[in-house]
Write a protein that binds this ligand. Structure first.
Ligand code: M6R
Length: 605
């Protein structure tokens, strides 16, 4: 939540800062702001506006020349999305500017203390306390902004990425992080700081990881990283494996549509070299025969991938699996031992709920094997082992290609565990691996047939509610379809297990209620059961849209997908659901890539 960018170098700073904000806007879009150092010792140049980045950009007619600056795009936590609550926040002299991502938990007491010392506040944010604190600390440290930042970080409770500039030292940017992302981009005569690498990918592919409670002090030619005691730390450099084009729309109307169509490649890339077993380098440190339980922790879409993973791991590796909402997990103090394998799933690798659940499990002795799409992010860094998905950058807030690759990661882990634990024979493994390997082309086939869904979706544009039914792995697919529709179409949508309807939810069915039924393959026991559940809702007036590998006679509308192994079917059945949600957003005039109230990366609890 919130996108943060900093630039220092030879270019006019406005351009790379704005470019970074455009690329990071998916992280939050309630307001945006920029601060630039212009004249040494004079107040900073600052512009900030409520609303999307475009509002700010429309005010930027005359901007003074500057070679260093910071920018922020906000997802509001403390204080509404107003001009005065927008970042950057300034000290009372207007010479020190600060941007922040996260939550300062002790801001109330800090604010009271600072007001008593004579500081004047103009916003309702938690962040403004930090800029005043930093201002005092800088004076106490003879103008050393990095030393001041280290001292301030020790006083803060909560999570933060902070970037600060002071007009006495144009060209210097100081940043810090705790439980919130910040990466350094290393350029040639220029350096960058950002919430993620997409902000500076068109300038450099060299990035440095920043660890917990680390402070970075940079100018155009030098980067110093320290801990909070000022000890200098080595740089952990890595190369970004994708390029700027991957983070652009590339001719599509929306990032979401582009990402839907990138799914065959994302699935194929995630599979490369892994179907026969996972590389020992990936699984080093995990003994799959020494565990007695698997716990999958995740949020939102990633949670739904975990639910599918449970079916595959329990069946193929013969071990019991719990799937837990990360935000609930640690608060019930679950039983965790050194024999528990915890699998956090996260596209961003920064989701605070998932990170906190991971830490709880780790503190209680569990081994952590994460599934993540973002190199160098916090969740993989704190894990014993990581299986990276290769979806590439996912910019649209609604997750699509990341979900499909998370499903693939689940199958790969289940296969690997099954073989390691001698629960799958070589021939069973080979058969499953073959079927998994055919998924990229089957996803491609689904995408070739989704066109009629556009018109179909428009028929239900004014519906007040849509229900999704599934059984077995079709149930998590139904949950995912409903989540997509909620976040994009802003309409009531719920996923149900087909057999559960008669226990209450069937009362929701009215004349004309659209119901999407995810049908198990013909011939399976569950196909018949599901067909009966469909009849039950149809008899009460529902309009049925059936998704399956055969036509369901009782359906009003039929969406055909290729046949596959039952456990793998969500990889195919979810694609039409994504398209329906996308089309519904368009039909209802909603913002597809930046739905209201949401942010891509949820870095607060
Ligand atoms: O980055 P993560 O995978 O940890 O994010 C988890 C959820 O916030 C995310 O999947 C969210 O539910 C999506 N916006 C849904 O489309």
């Amino acid at each position: 939540m919130c996108g943060i960018v900093g630039y220092t170098g030879k270019e006019s700073a406005l351009s790379p800062v704005l470019e970074g904000l455009r690329r990071l806007e998916y992280r939050g879009y309630d307001s945006a702001g920029i601060a630039l150092t212009v004249t040494q010792g004079a107040p900073l140049w600052v512009a900030k506006r409520a609303g999307k980045l475009g509002n700010l950009e429309s005010t930027l007619d005359v901007v003074p020349e500057s070679h260093s600056g910071i920018g922020h795009t906000r997802w509001a936590t403390h204080g509404g999305p107003t001009d005065s609550n927008a970042h950057p926040h300034l000290d009372n002299e207007g010479k020190l500017a600060l941007i922040h991502n996260g939550i300062i938990e002790n801001y109330v007491e800090l604010r009271a203390k600072l007001e008593a010392r004579g500081h004047t506040f103009i916003s309702e944010t938690d962040t403004e306390s930090v800029v005043h604190l930093l201002s005092d600390a800088r004076k106490a440290h003879a103008g050393d902004l990095a030393a001041a930042m280290r001292e301030v970080c020790k006083e803060l409770r909560g999570s933060f990425t902070l970037l600060a500039i002071h007009s006495d030292e144009p060209g210097r940017i100081v940043g810090a992080r705790r439980n919130s992302p910040l990466v350094v981009g290393v350029g040639d005569g220029e350096n960058f700081l950002a919430s993620d690498v997409s902000a500076f990918i068109s300038h450099t592919k060299r990035a440095l990881e920043l660890g917990q409670n680390e402070v970075v002090d940079m100018n155009a030619s030098a980067i110093i990283i320290t801990d909070l005691d000022g000890n200098v730390l080595p740089h952990k450099e890595y190369e970004i494996s994708w390029d700027a084009a991957a983070a652009e729309r590339g001719g599509y109307d929306h990032f979401m549509l582009k990402e839907i169509y990138e799914q065959p490649k994302a699935v194929a890339d995630t599979l490369i070299g892994r179907t026969e077993g996972l590389d020992p380098e990936i699984t080093a440190g995990i003994d799959f025969n020494a565990i007695d339980k698997v716990v999958i922790i995740a949020c939102g879409t990633a949670f739904h991938a975990g639910l599918v993973g449970k079916y595959a791991i329990e069946k193929w590796a013969d071990i019991s699996v719990d799937v837990e909402l990360a935000s609930e997990y640690r608060y019930r103090e679950p039983n965790v031992t050194s024999k528990t394998l915890v699998i956090p799933i996260s596209q961003s690798g920064e989701t605070m709920d998932t990170l906190m659940a991971l830490r709880y499990a780790k503190e209680h002795g569990a081994k952590i094997f994460s599934v993540c799409n973002t190199n160098g992010s916090t969740i993989p860094r704190e894990s014993d082992a990581v299986l990276y998905t290769h979806a590439g950058p996912e910019i649209a807030v609604a997750s699509t290609k990341a979900f499909l690759t998370q499903l693939i990661a689940m199958y790969l882990i289940a296969l690997h565990m099954g073989t390691e634990r001698k629960k799958l024979s070589a021939s069973e493994h080979a058969l499953l691996a073959d079927e998994i390997s055919s998924l990229p082309s089957k996803v491609e086939q689904v995408l070739e047939t989704v066109e009629p869904l556009r018109e179909l979706t428009r028929k239900f544009k004014d519906a007040t509610s849509m229900l999704f039914l599934g059984r077995h792995v079709g149930f998590p697919a139904a949950l995912e379809g409903a989540l997509k529709l909620k976040e994009l179409a802003y309409m009531h949508a719920e996923g149900f297990a087909g057999g559960e309807l008669k226990h209450g939810p069937i009362a929701l069915i009215d004349q004309g209620t659209p119901v999407i039924a995810i049908m198990p393959s013909v011939g399976s026991l569950l196909h018949e059961k599901m067909a009966s559940n469909v009849q039950e809702v149809k008899a009460r007036g529902a309009i049925i849209i059936a998704i399956g590998d055969a036509d369901l006679a009782s359906a009003d509308y039929k969406v055909r997908i290729p046949s596959t192994h039952e456990f793998l079917s969500p990889v195919l059945s979810v694609v039409p659901l994504q398209v329906i949600a996308y089309e519904m957003a368009i039909a209802r005039g909603n913002d597809v890539d930046q739905p209201r109230n949401l942010a891509k990366s949820v870095t607060v609890e």
